[in-house]
Design a protein around this ligand. Structure first.
Ligand code: PRP
Ligand code: URA
Length: 209
C-alpha cells in the first residue's frame, strides 16, 4: 500500500494556517500556496538519485555530487494545481510541466476532463501530480489513471490538504502512488468540501465566485 507522508515542518504548518484563514486575500493566498509548494517539493524530491562529480573550488579540487539527471515532470490538475507549479519549479526548474484539466461536477462530484497536454516522453519521467485539495479523491485518481494510460510508471501525488476519503480512494485505485500532504483533515461535508479545509482552492487562488 502506498504511503501517506504528512509534513510537520513548522514553516509549512505556519503558512498553512494563513492559507486556511478566510480573511487571507487572493494575492497573499497565491504567495503562500507557492511557498508551501516549494517547501513540500524539497521533501518530495528527497530520494532523487545523485552521482559523483568534481569541481575546482578557489582552494582546490572537491569531490561532490550532482543530480543524476533523472527526468522529472510536474502535472498540475487545472485549475487549482496551477497555484503550486511555480513553487515546485523554483526547486526543480528543469522539470517539464504537463497539464490535466478536470473539474468536479457540482452535483455528482465526479471529475470531468476538459484539457490535457503532456510531455511526449511521459513513460521516461518520474511525475509529481499537484493539486491543493484531495477531497473525494476522484480528480486525483482520474488524473493518475490517465497518466498511467499514457505510460507513466513512477507517480507521486502532492497536495496541501487531504481528506481521509480522498486518501482511501487514491490508495485503493493506485496502491503504488505515495501521497504527500501538509495536513489530513477531518472529513468532507455534504457538498464534498474538506472540513475544515480552506474553502474552494481555485476560487481563492484566482479571485472567482
Ligand atoms: C478542486 C481541487 C481538486 C478537486 C478535488 O478542483 O482543486 O482538483 O476539486 O476534489 P475531489 O478530490 O473530490 O475530486 P475543482 O473541481 O473545484 O476545479 P478548479 O480547480 O477548476 O476550481
Ligand atoms: N475542492 C476545493 O477547492 N476545496 C475542497 O474543499 C474540496 C474540493
Amino acid at each position: 500500500m502506498a504511503k501517506v507522508h504528512v509534513f510537520d515542518h513548522p514553516l509549512i504548518q505556519h503558512k498553512l494556517t494563513y492559507i486556511r484563514d478566510k480573511r487571507t486575500g487572493s494575492k497573499e493566498f497565491r504567495e503562500l500556496v507557492e511557498e508551501v509548494a516549494m517547501l513540500m517539493a524539497y521533501e518530495v524530491t528527497r530520494d532523487l538519485p545523485l552521482e559523483e562529480a568534481e569541481v575546482e573550488t578557489p582552494v582546490g579540487p572537491a569531490k561532490t555530487k550532482v543530480l543524476a539527471g533523472k527526468k522529472l515532470g510536474v502535472v498540475p490538475i487545472l485549475r487549482a494545481g496551477l497555484g503550486m507549479v511555480n513553487g515546485v519549479l523554483k526547486l526543480i526548474p528543469a522539470a517539464k510541466v504537463g497539464h490535466i484539466g478536470l473539474y468536479r461536477d457540482p452535483e455528482t462530484l465526479q471529475p470531468v476532463e476538459y484539457y490535457c497536454k503532456l510531455p511526449t516522453d511521459v513513460p521516461e519521467r518520474d511525475l509529481i501530480v499537484i493539486d491543493p485539495m484531495l477531497a473525494t479523491g476522484g480528480s486525483a485518481a482520474a488524473a493518475i489513471t490517465f497518466l498511467k494510460e499514457k505510460g507513466a510508471k513512477n507517480i507521486k501525488l502532492m497536495c496541501l490538504i487531504a481528506a481521509p476519503e480522498g486518501i482511501r480512494t487514491v490508495q485503493e485505485a493506485h496502491p503504488d502512488v505515495d501521497i504527500y500532504a501538509a495536513a489530513v483533515d477531518e472529513k468532507l461535508n455534504d457538498h464534498g468540501y474538506i472540513v475544515p479545509g480552506l474553502g474552494d482552492a481555485g476560487d481563492r487562488l484566482f479571485g472567482t465566485k
